[in-house]
Design a protein around this ligand. Structure first.
Ligand SMILES: NC(=O)c1ccc[n+]([C@@H]2O[C@H](COP(=O)([O-])OP(=O)(O)OC[C@H]3O[C@@H](n4cnc5c(N)ncnc54)[C@H](OP(=O)(O)O)[C@@H]3O)[C@@H](O)[C@H]2O)c1
Length: 288
């Protein structure tokens, strides 16, 4: 199967291409080659290539900045998704749109595929608006707190800055690890929930979904939710870094001056019967 993919250089997309390159032929729509916020470029590119399914991973992903940059976030997360979907639909091909648990308000967990989205911040709103432009004719795969791409920057402290440019952004595990490794203290929230997801699990579950396409919503997420405080302690323990640098704080305190976020993002899947997702405790064991 030929898979056109946006965001192939990103944190999650780069691992998908790396792990599944023997299973599928990937056709990356690299940003340097096609700006997906330009409708003409999208039209030309998708009509020039021979693909069966478009995996749309590219997005505006900076949750806090999205509040100030609503127009830019909207262009990438909503308009570009619409341009891509229109072409895919006209060409009678399949499309998978990768979305997020930030479409939920975090007020009455857990959130499964049947729960009603009600985003509290602009990043979540723009991703949800991106889901809506698909008119239930594409697959929506929601993922949460992806971690574990070995190309993530802090996995390679030995590289010089030139070589690091080829690496993807840090995931939350590597961010916390680098804080602790530099003896910086961290205030982490005790009264909220997040659901970390091992990127290799996302990849293998997506492999199933690409082979068994249907235009529905799926949650491809870790099997257990944790408070950020608990997750931080687990990271410290795994990398044998000082746990005492992680201090408890409240969601209210942490939220001051930041974009609104879902507080209890306990996300579940009632539809993933095809791939067993790991918990954070299990996934961490694979990280060196
Ligand atoms: N990371 C998370 O915590 C998280 C959580 C839940 C859901 N998600 C969703 O998962 C997906 C992947 O996220 P990620 O964290 O892997 O993304 P990422 O690392 O932030 O990468 C974003 C990708 O989008 C590309 N891109 C940006 N603007 C573009 C444009 N105008 N035209 C073409 N490509 C463009 C970037 O290319 P360049 O780098 O070349 O600009 C990059 O490859 C997104 O849809 C995101 O909403 C992420």
């Amino acid at each position: 199967m030929n898979i056109a993919i946006t965001g192939a250089n990103g944190l999650v997309g780069s691992r998908i291409v790396e792990l599944l390159r023997d299973e599928f032929t990937f056709i990356p729509l690299n940003h340097s080659e096609v700006d997906i916020t330009d409708q003409k470029q999208v039209h030309k590119k998708l009509n020039d290539i021979d693909f069966d399914l478009l995996l749309h991973m590219a997005a505006y992903t900076n949750v806090d900045k999205a509040e100030e940059e609503k127009i830019i976030a909207h262009k990438l997360n909503v308009d570009a998704t619409k341009y891509l979907f229109n072409e895919v639909h006209t060409l009678n091909k399949k499309m998978i749109y990768v979305s997020t648990d930030f479409v939920f308000d975090g007020k009455n967990p857990p959130f499964d595929e049947n729960s009603k989205p009600n985003p509290v911040g602009y990043y979540g709103q723009s991703k949800y608006d991106g889901e809506l432009v698909l008119e239930k004719k594409a697959m929506v795969v929601r993922i949460t707190y992806p971690y574990g791409n070995t190309k993530s920057k802090k996995c390679h402290p030995e590289l010089d800055s030139g070589s690091r440019k080829k690496l993807v952004k840090q995931d939350f595990v590597q961010k916390i690890r680098s804080y602790l490794a530099n003896d910086k203290s961290l205030s982490m929230v005790t009264d909220s929930l997040m659901t970390p997801t091992y990127i290799d699990d996302i990849t293998l579950a997506l492999k199933y979904l690409m082979n068994n396409f249907s235009p529905e919503i799926f949650h491809i997420i870790g099997s257990k939710s944790y408070s950020p405080f608990e997750a931080g302690k687990m990271i410290a323990e795994h990398y044998q870094l000082p746990e005492w640098l992680i201090q408890p704080t409240t969601f209210e305190e942490y939220s001051k001056g930041k974009s609104p976020r879902p507080q209890f993002a306990e996300t579940k899947s009632i539809k993933n019967t095809f791939y067993e997702m790991r918990s954070f405790g299990e996934g961490l064991q694979y990280l060196t």
